[in-house]
Design a protein around this ligand. Structure first.
Ligand SMILES: Cc1cc2nc3c(=O)[nH]c(=O)nc-3n(C[C@H](O)[C@H](O)[C@H](O)COP(=O)(O)OP(=O)(O)OC[C@H]3O[C@@H](n4cnc5c(N)ncnc54)[C@H](O)[C@@H]3O)c2cc1C
Length: 391
Protein backbone atom coordinates (compact mmCIF):
# COMPACT_ATOMS: atom_id res chain seq x y z
CA UNK A 1 0.00 0.00 0.00
CA UNK A 2 1.53 3.31 -1.08
CA UNK A 3 0.91 6.76 0.44
CA UNK A 4 -0.44 8.03 -2.89
CA UNK A 5 -1.23 6.70 -6.35
CA UNK A 6 0.62 9.63 -7.93
CA UNK A 7 3.15 12.09 -6.61
CA UNK A 8 3.76 15.20 -8.69
CA UNK A 9 7.00 17.01 -7.98
CA UNK A 10 6.88 20.70 -8.92
CA UNK A 11 4.05 23.21 -8.87
CA UNK A 12 4.69 25.13 -12.08
CA UNK A 13 1.81 25.19 -14.57
CA UNK A 14 2.65 21.73 -15.96
CA UNK A 15 2.79 19.96 -12.59
CA UNK A 16 -0.35 21.63 -11.25
CA UNK A 17 -2.28 20.79 -14.44
CA UNK A 18 -1.35 17.10 -14.15
CA UNK A 19 -2.25 16.95 -10.45
CA UNK A 20 -5.62 18.67 -11.00
CA UNK A 21 -6.58 16.40 -13.93
CA UNK A 22 -5.79 13.31 -11.86
CA UNK A 23 -7.41 14.45 -8.62
CA UNK A 24 -10.62 15.56 -10.31
CA UNK A 25 -10.92 12.00 -11.60
CA UNK A 26 -10.46 10.59 -8.10
CA UNK A 27 -6.77 9.60 -8.24
CA UNK A 28 -5.06 9.97 -4.86
CA UNK A 29 -2.47 12.60 -5.74
CA UNK A 30 0.03 14.73 -3.81
CA UNK A 31 2.20 17.59 -4.98
CA UNK A 32 5.66 18.22 -3.56
CA UNK A 33 6.62 21.83 -4.15
CA UNK A 34 8.25 24.64 -2.23
CA UNK A 35 5.91 27.56 -1.52
CA UNK A 36 6.71 29.98 -4.31
CA UNK A 37 8.32 33.21 -3.22
CA UNK A 38 8.21 35.06 -6.53
CA UNK A 39 5.36 35.39 -9.03
CA UNK A 40 6.20 34.37 -12.61
CA UNK A 41 5.84 37.62 -14.59
CA UNK A 42 5.45 35.88 -17.98
CA UNK A 43 2.27 35.81 -19.98
CA UNK A 44 1.72 32.69 -22.08
CA UNK A 45 -0.05 32.38 -25.40
CA UNK A 46 -2.18 29.28 -24.92
CA UNK A 47 -3.81 27.72 -27.99
CA UNK A 48 -7.38 26.38 -28.06
CA UNK A 49 -6.50 22.80 -26.99
CA UNK A 50 -4.81 24.24 -23.87
CA UNK A 51 -7.80 26.50 -23.24
CA UNK A 52 -10.05 23.43 -23.51
CA UNK A 53 -7.87 21.78 -20.85
CA UNK A 54 -8.27 24.85 -18.59
CA UNK A 55 -12.04 24.65 -19.09
CA UNK A 56 -12.08 20.91 -18.39
CA UNK A 57 -10.09 21.50 -15.20
CA UNK A 58 -12.45 24.34 -14.13
CA UNK A 59 -9.61 26.83 -14.38
CA UNK A 60 -11.09 29.01 -17.14
CA UNK A 61 -12.95 31.22 -14.68
CA UNK A 62 -14.33 34.75 -15.35
CA UNK A 63 -11.40 36.08 -13.27
CA UNK A 64 -8.84 34.41 -15.59
CA UNK A 65 -10.75 35.18 -18.77
CA UNK A 66 -10.97 38.90 -17.99
CA UNK A 67 -7.19 39.27 -17.57
CA UNK A 68 -6.52 37.30 -20.80
CA UNK A 69 -6.78 38.52 -24.39
CA UNK A 70 -7.93 36.56 -27.45
CA UNK A 71 -5.41 35.89 -30.21
CA UNK A 72 -7.28 36.42 -33.46
CA UNK A 73 -4.40 37.15 -35.81
CA UNK A 74 -0.88 35.70 -35.68
CA UNK A 75 1.64 37.54 -37.79
CA UNK A 76 5.25 36.79 -38.71
CA UNK A 77 7.24 39.72 -40.12
CA UNK A 78 10.70 39.42 -41.58
CA UNK A 79 12.52 42.33 -39.95
CA UNK A 80 16.05 41.09 -40.62
CA UNK A 81 16.75 43.82 -43.17
CA UNK A 82 18.49 41.18 -45.30
CA UNK A 83 18.80 41.58 -49.06
CA UNK A 84 16.11 38.91 -49.54
CA UNK A 85 13.31 39.08 -47.01
CA UNK A 86 10.22 36.92 -46.64
CA UNK A 87 6.73 38.35 -47.16
CA UNK A 88 4.71 38.95 -44.00
CA UNK A 89 2.73 35.86 -43.08
CA UNK A 90 -0.58 36.57 -41.39
CA UNK A 91 -2.95 33.91 -40.09
CA UNK A 92 -6.49 34.77 -39.09
CA UNK A 93 -8.53 32.53 -36.78
CA UNK A 94 -11.46 32.96 -39.22
CA UNK A 95 -9.52 30.81 -41.69
CA UNK A 96 -9.80 27.83 -39.33
CA UNK A 97 -13.35 28.76 -38.27
CA UNK A 98 -12.38 29.68 -34.72
CA UNK A 99 -13.23 32.86 -32.78
CA UNK A 100 -9.57 32.99 -31.83
CA UNK A 101 -6.49 30.75 -31.93
CA UNK A 102 -6.24 30.95 -28.16
CA UNK A 103 -5.59 33.47 -25.40
CA UNK A 104 -2.65 35.29 -23.89
CA UNK A 105 -2.85 34.42 -20.18
CA UNK A 106 -0.77 36.00 -17.38
CA UNK A 107 1.01 33.39 -15.22
CA UNK A 108 0.80 35.82 -12.25
CA UNK A 109 -2.92 34.99 -12.18
CA UNK A 110 -3.01 31.51 -13.65
CA UNK A 111 -0.53 29.79 -11.30
CA UNK A 112 -2.20 30.96 -8.04
CA UNK A 113 -5.61 29.97 -9.51
CA UNK A 114 -4.24 26.50 -10.31
CA UNK A 115 -2.78 26.18 -6.83
CA UNK A 116 -6.12 27.14 -5.29
CA UNK A 117 -7.98 24.64 -7.52
CA UNK A 118 -5.55 21.92 -6.41
CA UNK A 119 -6.18 22.75 -2.75
CA UNK A 120 -9.96 22.84 -3.35
CA UNK A 121 -9.69 19.31 -4.78
CA UNK A 122 -8.02 18.23 -1.54
CA UNK A 123 -4.56 17.72 -3.05
CA UNK A 124 -1.92 18.02 -0.33
CA UNK A 125 0.80 20.45 -1.44
CA UNK A 126 3.81 19.41 0.59
CA UNK A 127 5.95 22.50 1.14
CA UNK A 128 9.44 21.19 0.49
CA UNK A 129 11.64 20.07 -2.42
CA UNK A 130 12.05 16.53 -3.70
CA UNK A 131 15.63 15.45 -3.44
CA UNK A 132 15.82 12.00 -4.96
CA UNK A 133 13.83 8.86 -5.70
CA UNK A 134 14.29 5.13 -5.27
CA UNK A 135 12.62 2.53 -7.47
CA UNK A 136 10.93 -0.63 -6.13
CA UNK A 137 9.13 -3.35 -8.07
CA UNK A 138 5.63 -2.02 -7.43
CA UNK A 139 6.19 1.55 -6.24
CA UNK A 140 8.58 4.48 -6.12
CA UNK A 141 9.82 6.28 -3.04
CA UNK A 142 10.51 10.02 -3.06
CA UNK A 143 12.81 11.55 -0.50
CA UNK A 144 12.41 15.24 0.28
CA UNK A 145 14.93 17.83 1.39
CA UNK A 146 13.33 18.00 4.85
CA UNK A 147 13.73 14.25 5.37
CA UNK A 148 10.29 12.88 4.45
CA UNK A 149 9.91 9.62 2.50
CA UNK A 150 6.72 9.33 0.44
CA UNK A 151 5.62 6.46 -1.79
CA UNK A 152 3.45 6.26 -4.90
CA UNK A 153 2.71 3.91 -7.80
CA UNK A 154 3.94 6.54 -10.24
CA UNK A 155 5.89 9.78 -10.05
CA UNK A 156 5.43 12.80 -12.30
CA UNK A 157 8.59 14.90 -12.44
CA UNK A 158 7.47 18.46 -13.20
CA UNK A 159 10.38 19.97 -11.32
CA UNK A 160 11.66 22.25 -14.08
CA UNK A 161 14.63 22.24 -16.43
CA UNK A 162 17.18 21.20 -13.75
CA UNK A 163 14.86 18.34 -12.58
CA UNK A 164 16.57 16.50 -9.72
CA UNK A 165 14.09 13.62 -10.17
CA UNK A 166 15.09 13.21 -13.82
CA UNK A 167 18.67 12.85 -12.60
CA UNK A 168 17.57 10.42 -9.85
CA UNK A 169 15.99 8.02 -12.33
CA UNK A 170 19.05 8.09 -14.57
CA UNK A 171 17.69 9.96 -17.59
CA UNK A 172 20.28 12.08 -19.37
CA UNK A 173 19.60 15.20 -21.44
CA UNK A 174 20.80 16.67 -24.71
CA UNK A 175 21.35 20.41 -24.28
CA UNK A 176 22.32 23.16 -26.63
CA UNK A 177 22.72 26.87 -26.08
CA UNK A 178 21.79 29.71 -28.42
CA UNK A 179 23.96 32.60 -27.18
CA UNK A 180 20.70 34.47 -26.68
CA UNK A 181 18.52 35.73 -23.86
CA UNK A 182 14.93 36.92 -23.77
CA UNK A 183 13.79 40.06 -22.02
CA UNK A 184 10.14 40.05 -21.03
CA UNK A 185 7.87 42.85 -19.89
CA UNK A 186 4.40 44.29 -20.52
CA UNK A 187 3.55 47.78 -21.78
CA UNK A 188 0.71 50.11 -22.76
CA UNK A 189 0.38 51.66 -26.22
CA UNK A 190 -1.75 54.39 -27.75
CA UNK A 191 -2.71 52.39 -30.88
CA UNK A 192 -4.91 49.28 -30.93
CA UNK A 193 -3.37 45.79 -31.20
CA UNK A 194 -6.49 44.37 -32.86
CA UNK A 195 -5.94 41.11 -30.98
CA UNK A 196 -2.90 40.49 -33.17
CA UNK A 197 0.30 38.89 -31.99
CA UNK A 198 3.30 39.88 -34.10
CA UNK A 199 6.55 37.94 -34.21
CA UNK A 200 9.21 40.17 -35.79
CA UNK A 201 12.10 38.05 -37.04
CA UNK A 202 15.26 40.05 -36.38
CA UNK A 203 18.92 39.18 -36.80
CA UNK A 204 19.44 38.21 -33.15
CA UNK A 205 16.14 36.42 -32.61
CA UNK A 206 12.39 36.88 -32.52
CA UNK A 207 10.82 40.00 -31.00
CA UNK A 208 7.21 39.22 -30.19
CA UNK A 209 4.34 41.39 -29.01
CA UNK A 210 1.26 39.59 -27.70
CA UNK A 211 -2.06 41.31 -26.97
CA UNK A 212 -3.39 41.78 -23.47
CA UNK A 213 -6.77 43.30 -22.52
CA UNK A 214 -7.15 46.96 -23.58
CA UNK A 215 -4.31 48.83 -25.23
CA UNK A 216 -1.69 46.72 -23.54
CA UNK A 217 0.67 44.02 -24.80
CA UNK A 218 3.31 41.68 -23.47
CA UNK A 219 6.76 41.51 -25.01
CA UNK A 220 9.31 38.75 -25.49
CA UNK A 221 12.48 40.33 -26.88
CA UNK A 222 15.07 37.73 -27.83
CA UNK A 223 18.53 39.15 -28.45
CA UNK A 224 22.20 38.59 -27.63
CA UNK A 225 22.75 38.22 -23.86
CA UNK A 226 24.76 41.45 -23.60
CA UNK A 227 22.01 43.38 -25.41
CA UNK A 228 19.30 42.00 -23.11
CA UNK A 229 21.42 42.92 -20.11
CA UNK A 230 21.76 46.47 -21.44
CA UNK A 231 18.01 46.69 -22.14
CA UNK A 232 17.27 45.46 -18.63
CA UNK A 233 19.33 48.34 -17.23
CA UNK A 234 17.53 51.09 -19.17
CA UNK A 235 15.06 53.48 -17.56
CA UNK A 236 11.37 52.90 -18.37
CA UNK A 237 11.37 55.86 -20.74
CA UNK A 238 14.48 54.60 -22.58
CA UNK A 239 13.14 51.06 -22.90
CA UNK A 240 9.76 52.39 -24.10
CA UNK A 241 11.57 54.29 -26.85
CA UNK A 242 13.50 51.16 -27.86
CA UNK A 243 10.27 49.14 -28.05
CA UNK A 244 8.65 51.88 -30.13
CA UNK A 245 11.56 51.76 -32.58
CA UNK A 246 11.53 47.95 -32.82
CA UNK A 247 7.75 47.87 -33.41
CA UNK A 248 8.17 50.59 -36.10
CA UNK A 249 5.55 52.67 -34.31
CA UNK A 250 2.82 50.18 -35.25
CA UNK A 251 1.37 50.17 -31.74
CA UNK A 252 1.66 53.94 -31.30
CA UNK A 253 3.37 55.50 -28.31
CA UNK A 254 4.68 53.07 -25.69
CA UNK A 255 4.43 53.72 -21.93
CA UNK A 256 3.64 52.22 -18.53
CA UNK A 257 6.09 49.30 -18.57
CA UNK A 258 5.64 46.37 -16.18
CA UNK A 259 8.10 44.11 -14.36
CA UNK A 260 11.09 43.02 -16.45
CA UNK A 261 12.92 39.71 -16.34
CA UNK A 262 15.65 38.17 -18.48
CA UNK A 263 15.71 34.44 -19.32
CA UNK A 264 18.75 32.64 -20.75
CA UNK A 265 17.83 30.79 -23.94
CA UNK A 266 18.68 27.15 -24.37
CA UNK A 267 17.29 24.02 -25.86
CA UNK A 268 17.12 20.82 -23.88
CA UNK A 269 15.52 17.44 -24.31
CA UNK A 270 15.51 14.43 -22.03
CA UNK A 271 16.89 11.36 -23.83
CA UNK A 272 13.74 9.47 -22.89
CA UNK A 273 10.53 10.89 -21.40
CA UNK A 274 9.69 8.09 -18.95
CA UNK A 275 11.59 5.44 -17.06
CA UNK A 276 11.40 3.61 -13.75
CA UNK A 277 7.88 4.70 -12.69
CA UNK A 278 8.80 8.33 -13.48
CA UNK A 279 7.11 10.42 -16.19
CA UNK A 280 8.82 13.67 -17.16
CA UNK A 281 6.57 16.58 -18.03
CA UNK A 282 7.09 20.25 -18.93
CA UNK A 283 10.56 21.69 -18.77
CA UNK A 284 11.82 18.59 -16.97
CA UNK A 285 11.34 16.91 -20.38
CA UNK A 286 11.99 19.69 -22.89
CA UNK A 287 12.91 23.36 -23.17
CA UNK A 288 12.43 25.48 -26.28
CA UNK A 289 13.02 29.15 -27.03
CA UNK A 290 9.81 31.23 -27.06
CA UNK A 291 9.12 31.15 -30.80
CA UNK A 292 5.64 30.25 -32.01
CA UNK A 293 4.36 29.94 -28.40
CA UNK A 294 4.94 26.22 -28.11
CA UNK A 295 6.58 25.60 -24.69
CA UNK A 296 3.71 25.47 -22.23
CA UNK A 297 1.26 24.24 -24.86
CA UNK A 298 3.49 21.16 -25.26
CA UNK A 299 3.87 20.89 -21.48
CA UNK A 300 0.11 20.87 -20.96
CA UNK A 301 -0.16 18.09 -23.56
CA UNK A 302 2.45 16.17 -21.52
CA UNK A 303 0.34 16.67 -18.39
CA UNK A 304 -2.91 15.62 -20.07
CA UNK A 305 -1.28 12.60 -21.75
CA UNK A 306 0.24 11.48 -18.45
CA UNK A 307 -3.19 11.79 -16.81
CA UNK A 308 -4.87 9.75 -19.57
CA UNK A 309 -2.37 6.91 -19.25
CA UNK A 310 -2.42 6.87 -15.45
CA UNK A 311 -6.23 6.87 -15.40
CA UNK A 312 -6.44 3.98 -17.82
CA UNK A 313 -3.88 1.64 -16.21
CA UNK A 314 -4.07 -1.06 -13.54
CA UNK A 315 -0.47 -0.28 -12.67
CA UNK A 316 0.16 3.36 -13.62
CA UNK A 317 3.91 2.95 -13.15
CA UNK A 318 4.27 -0.14 -15.33
CA UNK A 319 6.83 -0.43 -18.13
CA UNK A 320 3.94 -0.41 -20.62
CA UNK A 321 2.76 3.00 -19.40
CA UNK A 322 6.35 4.30 -19.53
CA UNK A 323 6.76 3.06 -23.10
CA UNK A 324 3.41 4.46 -24.28
CA UNK A 325 4.05 7.85 -22.72
CA UNK A 326 7.50 8.07 -24.27
CA UNK A 327 6.25 7.05 -27.72
CA UNK A 328 3.27 9.44 -27.65
CA UNK A 329 5.18 12.47 -26.46
CA UNK A 330 8.20 11.91 -28.72
CA UNK A 331 6.19 12.31 -31.93
CA UNK A 332 4.84 15.64 -30.70
CA UNK A 333 7.91 17.12 -29.00
CA UNK A 334 10.89 16.13 -31.19
CA UNK A 335 9.81 17.57 -34.58
CA UNK A 336 8.36 20.68 -32.95
CA UNK A 337 11.59 21.33 -31.05
CA UNK A 338 13.62 20.79 -34.23
CA UNK A 339 11.46 23.23 -36.20
CA UNK A 340 11.72 25.94 -33.51
CA UNK A 341 15.48 25.43 -33.31
CA UNK A 342 15.81 25.65 -37.09
CA UNK A 343 13.90 28.95 -37.26
CA UNK A 344 15.94 30.37 -34.38
CA UNK A 345 19.28 29.23 -35.83
CA UNK A 346 18.35 30.65 -39.24
CA UNK A 347 18.05 34.08 -37.60
CA UNK A 348 21.33 33.76 -35.70
CA UNK A 349 23.34 32.21 -38.51
CA UNK A 350 25.92 34.26 -40.37
CA UNK A 351 25.36 32.11 -43.47
CA UNK A 352 23.10 33.82 -46.00
CA UNK A 353 21.85 30.47 -47.33
CA UNK A 354 20.27 29.66 -43.96
CA UNK A 355 18.37 32.98 -44.04
CA UNK A 356 17.31 32.37 -47.64
CA UNK A 357 15.93 28.98 -46.67
CA UNK A 358 13.86 30.57 -43.89
CA UNK A 359 12.61 33.30 -46.26
CA UNK A 360 11.65 30.69 -48.86
CA UNK A 361 9.85 28.61 -46.22
CA UNK A 362 7.86 31.62 -45.00
CA UNK A 363 7.06 32.65 -48.60
CA UNK A 364 5.74 29.15 -49.28
CA UNK A 365 3.59 29.24 -46.14
CA UNK A 366 2.29 32.70 -47.13
CA UNK A 367 1.36 31.69 -50.67
CA UNK A 368 0.47 27.98 -50.75
CA UNK A 369 -2.96 27.31 -49.16
CA UNK A 370 -2.36 23.67 -48.06
CA UNK A 371 0.88 24.74 -46.39
CA UNK A 372 -0.92 27.63 -44.65
CA UNK A 373 -3.55 25.19 -43.36
CA UNK A 374 -0.88 22.77 -42.18
CA UNK A 375 1.09 25.54 -40.42
CA UNK A 376 -2.05 26.79 -38.65
CA UNK A 377 -3.20 23.31 -37.63
CA UNK A 378 0.26 22.32 -36.36
CA UNK A 379 0.67 25.67 -34.59
CA UNK A 380 -2.47 24.88 -32.59
CA UNK A 381 -1.57 21.28 -31.68
CA UNK A 382 -0.76 17.92 -33.29
CA UNK A 383 -3.55 16.93 -35.66
CA UNK A 384 -4.33 13.59 -34.01
CA UNK A 385 -4.27 11.79 -30.68
CA UNK A 386 -4.96 14.82 -28.50
CA UNK A 387 -5.38 13.83 -24.85
CA UNK A 388 -8.95 13.61 -23.53
CA UNK A 389 -8.97 16.93 -21.62
CA UNK A 390 -8.05 18.81 -24.81
CA UNK A 391 -10.58 17.29 -27.21
C1 LIG B 1 10.33 34.23 -22.15
C2 LIG B 1 9.42 33.05 -22.25
C3 LIG B 1 8.17 33.20 -22.82
C4 LIG B 1 7.33 32.09 -22.97
N1 LIG B 1 6.11 32.23 -23.58
C5 LIG B 1 5.34 31.14 -23.80
C6 LIG B 1 4.10 31.24 -24.49
O1 LIG B 1 3.68 32.32 -24.91
N2 LIG B 1 3.37 30.09 -24.70
C7 LIG B 1 3.80 28.89 -24.26
O2 LIG B 1 3.12 27.87 -24.48
N3 LIG B 1 4.97 28.76 -23.56
C8 LIG B 1 5.74 29.85 -23.34
N4 LIG B 1 6.92 29.73 -22.64
C9 LIG B 1 7.27 28.43 -22.05
C10 LIG B 1 6.61 28.27 -20.68
O3 LIG B 1 6.69 29.43 -19.91
C11 LIG B 1 7.23 27.08 -19.96
O4 LIG B 1 7.13 25.97 -20.81
C12 LIG B 1 6.48 26.75 -18.70
O5 LIG B 1 6.46 27.81 -17.81
C13 LIG B 1 7.12 25.54 -18.06
O6 LIG B 1 6.34 25.12 -17.00
P1 LIG B 1 6.83 23.94 -16.06
O7 LIG B 1 5.73 23.74 -15.08
O8 LIG B 1 7.30 22.80 -16.87
O9 LIG B 1 8.16 24.50 -15.38
P2 LIG B 1 8.42 25.60 -14.30
O10 LIG B 1 7.49 26.76 -14.49
O11 LIG B 1 9.89 25.86 -14.34
O12 LIG B 1 8.03 24.90 -12.94
C14 LIG B 1 8.85 24.00 -12.27
C15 LIG B 1 8.50 24.05 -10.80
O13 LIG B 1 9.24 23.04 -10.12
C16 LIG B 1 9.67 23.56 -8.88
N5 LIG B 1 10.84 22.77 -8.44
C17 LIG B 1 12.12 22.88 -8.84
N6 LIG B 1 12.88 21.97 -8.20
C18 LIG B 1 12.04 21.26 -7.42
C19 LIG B 1 12.22 20.18 -6.52
N7 LIG B 1 13.41 19.67 -6.31
N8 LIG B 1 11.14 19.70 -5.89
C20 LIG B 1 9.91 20.21 -6.09
N9 LIG B 1 9.68 21.25 -6.92
C21 LIG B 1 10.73 21.77 -7.57
C22 LIG B 1 9.97 25.02 -9.16
O14 LIG B 1 9.91 25.77 -7.96
C23 LIG B 1 8.85 25.38 -10.14
O15 LIG B 1 7.72 25.86 -9.47
C24 LIG B 1 7.77 30.83 -22.51
C25 LIG B 1 9.03 30.68 -21.93
C26 LIG B 1 9.85 31.77 -21.82
C27 LIG B 1 11.24 31.60 -21.23
Amino acid sequence: MTDFTTIVSGAGPAGLAAAILLAQDGVKTAVIAPASTQADPRTVALMQPSIRLLKFAKLWTPEIECVSAPLQTLQIMDDTGHYVTAPTVSFSSDEVKLDCFGYNVPLTQLIPAMRQRALDLGIPIIDTKSETSELFSDHILVKTLDGQSLTARVLIAADGAASPLRVACGIGVSSWSYDQSALITVFSHTGPHNNTSTEYHKTAGAFTTVPMPGNRSSLVWMDRPEKCKALFGLSDQELATEIQIETHGRLGRISDLGVRKVFAMKGERANIFAKGRTLLIGEAAHTVPPIGAQGLNMSLRDAAQAADLILGADDPGSDGVMQDYNDMRKVDVVPRQQMISLVNMSLLSEYASFGLLRAAGLAAVAKIPPLRDLAMAQGLAPSSNLPFAMR
